[in-house]
Design a protein around this ligand. Structure first.
Ligand code: ATP
Ligand code: MG
Length: 342
C-alpha cells in the first residue's frame, strides 16, 4: 500500500481550504455510527474548512452485491437526511446521485481500459465484498466497482477522499487509473489522497466492521431505546474484567472504542473505570454515551424528516451542478484521447 494509506498529519482537515473532496455512500440502508466516525464527521469538517465538497449517492453501485436495489427511494431519502442532520450544507456541498450524471458513468469506459482483470480480481476490498455478497454468483459490476469509483472521484478531479480503511484498496485503483491516463494521454487528472479519520474501522455489535448489510450496525438515526436494545445484544465474552484488547477481545474492545469516540476519552481509560463490573455495566455506559452524544443530531434529523420535498430539491440541484462538471471533464477526456468530431 502506498503512502496514502496512513492517518493524516494533525491539522490536515483545517488546511483543506481550496482542496476538492469527493466521498459517498451506497444507498443500501440508514447510515450508522461507523459512517459517522469513519467519514461523515470528516466530510462536515472539510466542508466547514472551505474545501469544495462533493457527495455521491452511489445508486448504481447498490447492484454490485445484490440483484435489485430494494426500497431505493427510501434509502436515498434516509442518506440525505443523515447528511443534513450531521451538518452537510447543500449550499456548500454538492449532493448528487450516480444515475443522474450520465457523463460521469461514461468515464468508466476509458478507465476500464487502463486496469487489468487480474488487478481488479486481486483487490482485497472486492474479495471481501464478494465474500459478503447476497448474490449466488459474482456479477461483472462487482469487478468494475473500483473503476467506477475512480469515475466518481475523478469526474470532479477530487484530490482528497475522506474514507474508511476498507476503501483504501479502491482508492489505490483510482490513483493507478489517474496516473496511467495521464501517462498515456497527457495530464488531465490529479492523483487523489485518502483522508482517514481517528476511527477508520469502527467495529459493529459483533466485533467485526460495522456494516449496513451485516446486521451489526447501530444506525445514526436510531432511537435511544433501539440503541439500548442493539448494544444489549452485542457480543462480549466471559471475562468480567473489562480490558481493551482488540485482537483477543474484539467485542468488548469495539464497545470501548465506541464509548471513547463519544466521550472524547481513551478506550483504556474507560476500561479501567468499568474494571471488574463486567460487560453489563460496560454496555450501560456505552448506551448512555451514544445516546447523549447523538441526541442533538437525532433531534435535528427528526425535524428535517418532515420535509421530504426538500430532499428532492437538494438532489435536483446537486445533479445539475455535477452534470456541468462531468460534461466538462468528459469533453476534456475525449479531446485528450483524440475523439474530436466537431
Ligand atoms: P455496505 O454493507 O452496504 O457495503 P457499508 O456499511 O460498508 O455498507 P458503505 O456505503 O460501503 O457502507 O461505505 C461508505 C463509507 O463509509 C466508506 O468510506 C467506508 O469506508 C465508510 N465506512 C463504512 N463502514 C465503516 C466502519 N465500520 N468504520 C469506518 N468507516 C466505515
Ligand atoms: Mg461497504
Amino acid at each position: 500500500m502506498s503512502a496514502t494509506a496512513t492517518t493524516p498529519p494533525p491539522g490536515a482537515v483545517e488546511r483543506a481550504a481550496g482542496r476538492r473532496v469527493l466521498t459517498g455512500d451506497r444507498p443500501t440502508g440508514r447510515l450508522h455510527l461507523g459512517h459517522y466516525f469513519g467519514t461523515l464527521h470528516n466530510r462536515v469538517r472539510l466542508q466547514d474548512a472551505g474545501a469544495e465538497t462533493y457527495l455521491v449517492i452511489a445508486d448504481y453501485q447498490v447492484l454490485t452485491d445484490r440483484d435489485t436495489a430494494d426500497r431505493l427511494a427510501e434509502h436515498v431519502g434516509d442518506l440525505v437526511l443523515d447528511y443534513l442532520a450531521a451538518g452537510i450544507d447543500p449550499g456548500r456541498t454538492t449532493v448528487f446521485a450516480h444515475s443522474g450524471v450520465p457523463a460521469l458513468n461514461q468515464l468508466l469506459l476509458p478507465f476500464l481500459s487502463l486496469v487489468s482483470v487480474a488487478e481488479l480480481g486481486r483487490n482485497p476490498t472486492v474479495k471481501d465484498e464478494i465474500a459478503h455478497s447476497r448474490q449466488a454468483s459474482v456479477s461483472g459490476l462487482m469487478y468494475t466497482y473500483p473503476a467506477h469509483q475512480a469515475a466518481d472521484i475523478l469526474f470532479c478531479k477530487a484530490d482528497l477522499v475522506p474514507v474508511g480503511q476498507d476503501q483504501l484498496p479502491h482508492l489505490e485503483v483510482t490513483r493507478t487509473i489517474a496516473r496511467r491516463f495521464n501517462d498515456r494521454y497527457g495530464p488531465v487528472f490529479p492523483e487523489p489522497g485518502a483522508l482517514l479519520s481517528d476511527a477508520p474501522l469502527l467495529p459493529g455489535t459483533d466485533g467485526t466492521k460495522m456494516s449496513k448489510s451485516r446486521g451489526n450496525a447501530i444506525p445514526l438515526a436510531a432511537t435511544a431505546d433501539e440503541t439500548a436494545r442493539l448494544i444489549r445484544r452485542a457480543t462480549t465474552d466471559a471475562d468480567r474484567d473489562i480490558t481493551y484488547d482488540p485482537e483477543r477481545r474484539p467485542g468488548v474492545s469495539g464497545l470501548l472504542a465506541l464509548a471513547a469516540l463519544c466521550l472524547g476519552r481513551t478506550p483504556q481509560d474507560i476500561a479501567a473505570e468499568v474494571g471488574t463490573a463486567g460487560a453489563a455495566r460496560l454496555k450501560r455506559l456505552v448506551t448512555e454515551a451514544v445516546n447523549e452524544h447523538f441526541a442533538p443530531l437525532r433531534a435535528r434529523r427528526a425535524e428535517l424528516a418532515a420535509d421530504r420535498a426538500a430532499v428532492r430539491t437538494i438532489l435536483r440541484d446537486g445533479n445539475a451542478r455535477a452534470n456541468e462538471l462531468a460534461d466538462a471533464t468528459l469533453r476534456e477526456v475525449r479531446a485528450a484521447m483524440g475523439m474530436r468530431y466537431t
